[in-house]
Design a protein around this ligand. Sequence first.
Ligand code: NAD
Length: 324
Amino acid sequence: MTESVLVTNELFEEVLSPLLNRFEVEVFQQDKPMPRELFKQKVEDKTGLIAMAADRVDKEIFDVAKPLRVVSTVSVGVDHIDIKAATERGIMITNTPGVLTETTADLAFALMMTAARRIGEAERYVRAGKWKIPMYRRLLGTDIHGKTLGIIGFGRIGRAVAKRAAGFGMKIVYYDIAGADETVESDLNSRFMLLDELLSTADFVSLHVPLEKSTERLIDRKKLSLMKRSAFLINTSRGRVIDERALIETLKDKRIASAALDVFETEPHLPPELLEMENVVLAPHIGSASHETRKRMAELAVENCTLALEGKKPRYLLNPEVLK
Ligand code: NAD
């Protein structure tokens, strides 16, 4: 049987060549999500799919794509894929962990600094031609050194953020469903705390959990109310980890200082209120968006897909039970 692969984004030409040399490949040659109907039509006869985080890969897709054997996503997050349904049909699901850890941690840190030092507001101020006199008491921000950073989800990215924070002289507390990890606490100068205590202690809270049942709206109205009035919330995980409506109200009422968000509940459609608030920093889901990292992610996704279609075990297989 000839293997055939659908790639839902143009990716990088040089990265695709191992696929092009081995299989029949169809690439959606645009840097935007594939329209749903076209996606369904094109995936129908494919044995492999390389998809992006914006593509919903669910039962509807599996029902039309009968020959499909592997879905290789160019992301670490897999909340856009119905893994259970895939496993029932014997379809392998692979992702790209690790290669984007440092880049995403950089963005989380950059967002924290942007919010703390009001860089977005300052930039808008200069561009609007408002800078006419010396800035002694305007646009005063908040120091991060000496402050406490609370990290929720102390996995790869959470720990990479902790490393950066330690270098900036911050104290680190963390919460993870897996509990305390004493092996890293002294290395990263960090301390485990239960979630509510962390929320009421931290000056900055950064979210690094995957989106799944246990984390959907983990930060709801009640959790937001535990945060200090002077605190900042940074989200580079997934939008639905926060109750966005409750966050908007919290920001409007100035019950926390500010939020810095890379991810949203229904991206790329944002609630208009967010666009109007000064005490929020907004980024268009660019956590892993560096030239180097996006290329490494694409390479790994291509490798995972190639190995699967050649009957070998992909490097990052999330449902190994399908191989039994
Ligand atoms: P990881 O699996 O290494 O770490 C996640 C951690 O969260 C784990 O330690 C896990 O135990 C913990 N966790 C899970 N459920 C929890 C819960 N209910 N409460 C507390 N902790 C919980 O994953 P990672 O590589 O660090 O990536 C984390 C997430 O970041 C991804 O799943 C993805 O959604 C997101 N991400 C976003 C971008 C972006 O562009 N903004 C880029 C990369 C990753």
